[in-house]
Design a protein around this ligand. Structure first.
Ligand code: GLP
Length: 265
């Protein structure tokens, strides 16, 4: 895992967007795995700016989102499909038919989940998966106890997650109790993962993810098995890391390498 600590959330966003943009430029028909939540919002804003001001072209990009609440229609303001439209898709030139968000209202979830996995395979697999992290250490909606080999499926949300996400709904009761989510195994098959975390409420989950043991109790810790993960944190999210000096040293070496080669991936 490469751990990058930036001064604040804005810098996390610009750094993350630069990495996404570099991939889109070098592989215009890349497959992006996208995330919802407040953490990637700044990254999406920056990508929209790059599209408008620098001509960053998404016309050949395909996207797959991590998850969706069960029971919410795509037009529901709290659905993740709606979130993606409002915060990214409506402002860039990605083709609507190339954007995929799991169907939260499928009649047959087993079939719909298998089809989602199939579509990812048909698209050639995910080149870069953007990830946030729940305060309980989950990625997508893979709550503690999820199999580290899990695939796209239905998942019951943990109470902590329902409480965390209630801020987007009228009340805690209005938060759906289930979601359809890519599995940990699905995520681990992405060629690269980019995990973002900001704020002190994520510090313990980040410590456990990066420096704790791999455990299904912190599903993000499974990323330790992945060959190419970049974690970008702000100072508060990084505040409990014990090996901070080492990460900074690696970052310095990496910068020299990037200057010499011109490659940021
Ligand atoms: C939800 C999403 C996750 C996201 C997490 C953190 O649970 N399913 O993908 O990482 O929230 O959200 P936020 O970025 O708002 O803290």
């Amino acid at each position: 895992m490469r751990v990058i600590v930036e001064a604040d959330a804005d810098r996390v966003a610009t750094r993350a967007a630069a990495l996404v943009a570099a991939l889109v430029r070098s592989k215009p028909n890349c497959v992006l795995g996208l995330a919802t939540g407040s953490t990637p919002l700044g990254t999406y804003r920056e990508l929209i700016r790059m599209h408008r001001e620098e001509g960053l072209d998404f016309s050949q990009v395909t996207s797959f989102n991590l998850d969706e609440y069960v029971g919410l229609a795509p037009t529901h303001p709290q659905s993740y499909r709606y979130f993606m439209q409002v915060h990214l898709f409506d402002h860039i030139n990605i083709r609507p038919e190339r954007t995929h968000v799991p169907d939260g209202r499928a009649l047959d979830f087993d079939a719909a989940c298998a089809q989602y996995e199939q579509r990812i395979r048909e698209a050639g697999g995910i080149d870069l998966q953007l990830l946030g992290i729940g305060s309980d250490g989950h990625i997508a909606f893979n709550e503690p106890g999820s199999s580290l080999g899990s695939r796209t499926r239905l998942k019951t949300l943990a109470r902590e997650t329902i409480r965390d996400n209630a801020r987007f709904f009228d009340s805690e009761e209005a938060v759906p109790k289930m979601a359809v989510t890519m599995g940990v195994g699905t995520i681990l098959e992405s060629r690269r993962c980019l995990l973002l975390a900001t704020g002190s409420s994520k510090a313990e989950a980040i410590r456990a993810t990066i420096e704790g043991p791999v455990t299904a109790q912190v599903t993000a810790s499974a990323l330790q098995f992945h060959r190419e993960v970049i974690v970008i944190l702000d100072e508060p999210a990084a505040s409990l890391l014990q090996r901070r000096e080492y990460y900074d040293d690696v970052e310095q070496s990496q910068r020299v390498y990037e200057q010499q080669t011109g490659r940021i991936w």
